[in-house]
Design a protein around this ligand. Structure first.
Ligand SMILES: [Zn+2]
Length: 217
């Protein structure tokens, strides 16, 4: 079973690609954010601990996050795994190596969705959706057929996510770059980093990832 990390800034399409890998290859996605939310809602002893920490506005420790990842991995020993949002630091990367080794697994690829920052900003800030039927649109790539009128339901009301403005998006990208900077050399040294063109279409990116996983690229 293959174990991979998807790297890339917010908006690069990691979630979309991970969803495809789950559907097409039966891999399991270990998204730290999702796992913490699930644990919190589960009422398990570790979940209650997570809830208390998050409610206090504190960061959940690496020990707890790795314990959750271990539990999730143990639910499917034969499943390939996609790590998303973890590791973020070198210490976490080392913890992940240990966690995998304890289960007879190892990291196979670190797949980086390489993006052009300006193009990514345009991609994210152009998104809007219908306020009534939630159909998604984009200023440049998928405008409504009639300006200001939803194709689906005819509504003239649209919404944009407040945090999708240019300044916020640039800040999110810069934060991600700074946070993950120490990971690059750690995995580069071991020759694990593979780059794909994160600005290509969803299908094209999926094809590039598939070629890496199948040993054809
Ligand atoms: Zn609509």
């Amino acid at each position: 079973m293959m174990n991979i990390i998807l790297l890339g800034p917010p908006g690069a399409g990691k979630g979309t690609q991970a969803a495809r890998l789950q559907a097409e290859r039966g891999m399991i996605q270990l998204s730290t954010g999702d796992m913490l939310r699930e644990a919190r809602a589960s009422g398990s002893p570790i979940g209650d601990k997570v809830k208390a920490i998050m409610d206090a506005g504190e960061l959940v420790s690496d020990e707890i996050v790795t314990a959750l990842i271990g539990e999730r991995l143990d639910t499917c020993a034969d499943c390939g795994a996609i790590f998303d949002g973890f590791p973020r630091t070198k210490a976490q990367a080392e913890a992940l190596d240990l966690l995998l080794a304890e289960r007879g697994r190892k990291l196979d690829h670190v797949i980086e969705l390489a993006v052009d920052e300006d193009a990514l900003v345009k991609r994210i800030t152009g998104r809007f959706s219908c306020a009534k039927c939630a159909t998604g649109y984009h200023d440049s790539f998928k405008p409504t057929q009639v300006p200001g009128v939803c194709d689906g339901c005819g509504s003239t009301e649209f919404v944009r996510r407040k945090d999708d403005n240019e300044e916020n998006v640039r800040t999110r990208i810069a934060e991600h770059r700074a946070k993950t900077a120490p990971l690059r050399p750690y995995y580069d040294e071991r020759g694990l980093v593979r780059r794909v063109d994160g600005m290509a279409s969803v299908d094209e990116v999926a094809a590039q990832i598939a070629a890496i996983l199948d040993g054809e690229a």
